[in-house]
Ligand binder design. Sequence first.
Ligand SMILES: [Zn+2]
Length: 131
Amino acid sequence: MERMIDKFYKSLAKGKIYGVRCRKCGYFSFPPKAGCAACGAHKMEWKAISGEGKLLFFSSGNLPPMKFAKYHPYAYGVIELKEGPCFFTQIEGLDVSSVEAIERQNASLPMKVKAKVKKMAGMNIVVFRKA
Ligand SMILES: [Zn+2]
């Protein structure tokens, strides 16, 4: 069986973003995981995400991983996908030039966002921007 993470990144390279859904209880996981976090079953099926979600809060990535350092500063926050799961990722199109700007924009959240695949540091990653 192809490793989940390999399959995930291969589909990102084609611009497709997948999560997995539990065949037993319907719980949706993103990024894909081998087991269901809700019921523990290991019967997951691949399912493309809608790409729609809400930005709950964000800050600037002050301590980015080394390979992303050259893109600093960027907005980094928590997205709640329409399918349910929440996760941390990068958000484009926000002003992270000052603490005041970050606070002001956070005060008007949640905001609708849409996923896209972006090539950064030689990797395809999932980022979000204002819908
Ligand atoms: Zn389940």
